[in-house]
Every structure is written in C-alpha cells, then in structure tokens.
Write a protein that binds this ligand. Sequence first.
Ligand code: ADP
Length: 402
Amino acid sequence: MSRPILVINCGSSSIKFALVPEHVAAHQVRRSGLAENLGTPEALLNITTEDGKKTSFAIPHADHQAALTEILKRLGDEQPIAIGHRVVHGGEKFTHAVQIDESVLNAIRETTPLAPLHNPANLQGIDATLKLFADLPQVAVFDTAFHQTMPPQAFRYALPEDLYSKHHIRRYGFHGTSHAYVTQHTDQLVDGDNGWISAHLGNGCSTCAVWQGKSMDTSMGLTPLEGLVMGTRSGNVDPSLHIHLTRTLGWSLEEIDQILNKKSGLLGLSGLSNDMRTLTEAAADGHRGAQLAIDVFCYRLAQSLAAMSCALPVFTGIIFTGGIGENAAVIRAKTLALLPHFGLYLDIQKNQKMIRGAEGRIDQGADDTELGINAYLGRQIWVIPTDEEGQIARETRSVLDL
Ligand code: ADP
C-alpha cells in the first residue's frame, strides 16, 4: 500500500490538515488537525490521531511556516508521499487539479482579484509547504474546477459582454470538491445515466445540478455569497441593495460587504445564532427569530432545488450533505415538503435515522420490493456524508499517477 497524502487547507489565520491513507473508508478517523489563531499569542494546534485521541498544543505567535513545522513533527510514523492543497479559486484557467509548479503558482496569483481573501492564504500555505517538503510533489485542487463544465447559459450573468471577456465576471461556483465527491459516490451506488441535485449545507451552502458526472449549474456565483441563505451570508439579495444602503444610510462598500458576509443569513434573520442546531432547538421552544430563519432557509433551498432541475435532462434525485444536510432531518423534511410536485416521497423514519455520519436512501422507494421496480415512480433522496479531504487526496493521487 502506498504512503498517505497530506491534505492541506490554509486560511488567512488557520491551517486544516489530514493525513489520508490510500484505502480508508470516508467515515474512518484520520490523523488530522487544525492550527488556529495563527500570528497571535493564542495560536493553537489541535491534533486528532487515528485512534480518535485529541490533543492541543500552544504555538504562540506561530505563522503558517511555524505551524506547518509543528504539524510535520506530529505526522506520526507514516510520512506522506505527496501533498494536496485546497485552493479556493482557479478562475477559468483550471478545469482539473494540477501539479504545482511556477506557472501554476503564477496562474493562482493572477486569479487573486477573484478571491482576494482566500487565494493569498492558500498561496501562503503552498509557499510554506514547498519550503518544508521540498522533495514531495504537490497538487492544487480547486473549489471552482468541477463547475467549469457549466454551459454559458448557466455561468453568464446578463451583463455587458466586456465585463465577462475583459474582466472575467461570470458565475464560477464553489464547494466543487464536495459536490464532485457526493455525486460520484452516489453514481457508484446507483447504475444509470443519473442526474443529481446535490445540496451541500454547512456554514456555507450551495446546490449543484450534476448530469453524467458533470456540473451543469450551481447556486454560488462569482463569489460564495450568491445563492442560498447560509450561516452568516445573505445569499441572493436585490443587486441594487449596495447603492440603496449607501444612499440611504451612508454605508461604505466595506461595511456592506461585512454585513452581507458576516452578519446576515441564519444569524441575521434569527438575531440568535448561525448554528442550525441552536436554531432548531430554539424554534422548538418558540423562538420566533429562529423559526423565521429556518422558514426562509428551507424556502430558499426548495426554490434553488427546483431551479437546479432546469439544468438536468434527467432528474434521478437529490443528495443532502454538509453538517446541516447530514444531520438536520427536520430541515430536510421541511424543505422537501415545499416541493410536493417533484415526486420526492420522503420516508419519515429513514429520514430521522439518517444522521451522524450515516449514509443511505431516505425516500419511500428504497428497499421497497413489495411495490416492484416499476411501480415506484418517485425520485431518490440520499444522505451522503461529504469527504472533501478524501476527494482532494484521490485527485492528488490521480494527477500524480500514484
Ligand atoms: P463547514 O461548512 O464549516 O464545514 P459543517 O459542514 O460542519 O460546516 O456544517 C456546520 C453546520 O451544520 C452548522 O450550522 C451546524 O449547526 C450544523 N449541524 C451540525 N450538526 C447538526 C445537527 N445535529 N442538527 C442540526 N444542524 C447541525
């Protein structure tokens, strides 16, 4: 068996990592961790080992390079064979994962205007890793690449042509690694020419229409702000909102950006929390803001699922994933109840049981031998726990032919 892949996801003040062996089930515990608060006195490295043991180490003032050096010391006996980096934005240049060399680094740098916060952090991580693991091949896996198969009718905004051709303003989509993983995995479980709509519902949320393994449309756009209601992001608002808030309240672009990205979504609507667990509990206790946040979240999600069906020649079913998609049975049920004309017949019991890492079908047709294969005309509904790290490791192996 070949040595593991080290998967790295660098943010501006954090590094997530996981050591992914060649053959390991998605739900199996991996050596993984999170270095957080980098560059501050509170910098901390949290590590989980293969036996599930968790430990934390203070790494005061550590920067990316120092944190990676600490991570390197704690990788255990099995040193990695290669490194896979999550890179947020690949623009139109990257339709697949690629091995990192100088030209790839330059191309990621050129894409920075499209992801001014994320790509510089990803580059910082790559830079530090190239120094520390100079002998290992390194691969960039882009969040946007999976969506490069979208047709122009899905990726173009109705804006003047120059804004696209000269300034690259178009819909790119994100969460590509997750949508790719859950749809490919479900394709392995279900034979046929499948058309899926996957709903990745975590802190960030997006839907994606996938036919024959290709992304046909997705709800996020130029940035991850477009589309669904998310933890703290507003999702779609009237495009004139910026000018309206500037004219009426005198707010700057930066203030509006902060509001839309950090103070809106579930948090803004509920006035309570961005965490769906807190909101479902509070709503059950009669908290009106929490109930409103859930109502808007589910309604907008149902709208998006319906919209995504336009992109599919065949609509086999829906896949739920991400922290909310994998665990919040009540949100799945409430959303599907808003789509009575879509042939989505939820099995209430199966829905309630499919939580905490369980994977399977939750529609009434699953295992229903009594009805017979042709009698059940409903669409499939799946819960598939996502495995972005596993997918990045697989793509890294595939690019390097390992
Ligand atoms: P990220 O996008 O940061 O990876 P996750 O995929 O872990 O986030 O999803 C986080 C979201 O999942 C939070 O809103 C959290 O409340 C929600 N979540 C996790 N477990 C449950 C649960 N049992 N019930 C409802 N929501 C849950």
